[in-house]
Design a protein. Structure first.
Length: 322
């Protein structure tokens, strides 16, 4: 196995000092007035040797790893997260930052372990979609707050008092879903969710909308009660996610229930696979790519300041997509 090329080897080949190579690699050529010819010689030596700087050595030189820890809850194999990551990279990549991705799978202990590992690596900042309790609150809020005292933390797609957070307004999304269901003339209103009694903002807002009108809302955790009711009267259903909306629509069609006429369905997230359904159910669009861009801009602003940031809130408003 060939010996690893070191900074000193590049310096010797380019005919300059190790310090000069370090300045160039860390983007300080202009600051230290390195000539164009010097920069070209260093870059040529780097290219010939396919040299990649050691990230930890670089961190010691400039007190920055250019790594951002990205921790998401739940499944990462959906377009919801991929769109956010795309928006993040659009802003971070030109500044030389790279993402370290992990998933806590909604587990509070797993979240802490992932954060510890990112801290060991030495990330420059954290973007966290936190594990939530049944009321939609951050389970590890105190730990995130403590971490933010030394390394910037941006909370993603959840409100968090005292921390910088960028999120979609769940209450506005739930109300948009309720307004749509009310407009369909449904005689019976239901919520289809993974776990009964969920107190996420979207569910609370949906319940409150109909409570204000004196209309009962039933909550179910399977398609069967919805389909049985839809065979007797028109039913309007708010599904906690597009995954649940798709499963309900497929099951209803198999049972001969007509979507739109006998069963009004609205999902949440506006995921791309809904386009494969016919008829396509309504859904609530959360800003995803834009949310990622906004987080990236916040991170760059915070890191540029070089000191702990005052908590800021950037809130996007979900909209109905019919």
């Amino acid at each position: 196995m060939a010996a690893r090329i070191k900074l000193a080897d590049i310096a010797r080949e380019a005919g300059v000092s190790v310090t000069t190579v370090s300045f160039y690699i860390n983007g300080k050529a202009r600051q230290y007035k390195l000539s164009r010819q010097t920069c070209e010689r260093i870059q040529a030596a780097i290219d010939r040797n396919d040299f990649v700087p050691n990230i930890f050595a670089r961190a010691l030189q400039c007190n920055r790893t250019y790594l951002i820890g990205l921790l998401v809850r739940g499944r990462i194999n959906t377009s919801f997260w991929s769109d956010i990551v795309a928006g993040l990279e659009e802003k971070l990549a030109p500044a030389g930052f790279h993402l370290v991705l992990s998933s806590a799978h909604t587990d509070a202990a797993g979240e802490l372990e992932a954060l510890r590992e990112m801290r060991r690596i030495g990330v420059d900042a954290y973007v966290v979609s936190p594990a939530l309790d049944e009321h939609g609150n951050c389970v590890n809020f105190e730990e995130l707050q403590k971490l933010n005292g030394t390394t910037p933390v941006v909370v993603m797609n959840s409100p968090a008092e005292g921390l910088t957070c960028v999120y979609n307004d769940e209450s506005a999304g739930g109300r948009a879903a309720a307004e749509y269901i009310a407009s369909t003339g449904a005689e019976r209103i239901m919520i289809f969710e993974d776990h009964i009694g969920c107190n996420f903002g979207r569910i609370i807002a949906f319940r409150e909308f109909f409570a204000e009108r004196g209309t009962a809302v039933e909550e179910v955790d399977s398609p069967e009660p919805v389909i049985a009711a839809a065979k007797r009267m028109k039913v309007g259903v708010f599904c906690f996610s597009d995954f649940l909306a798709a499963s309900l629509c497929c099951r209803a069609l198999a049972e001969g229930v007509r979507i739109g006429e006998e069963l009004a369905v609205v999902g949440y997230d506006d995921l791309a696979f809904l386009d494969l359904l016919s008829p396509r159910p309504a859904t609530v669009t959360q800003c995803k790519y834009e949310l990622g861009e906004a987080i990236g801009e916040e991170l760059l602003r915070i890191l540029e300041q070089g000191e702990p940031d005052t908590a800021r809130k950037i809130v996007f408003t979900p909209k109905l997509h019919r």
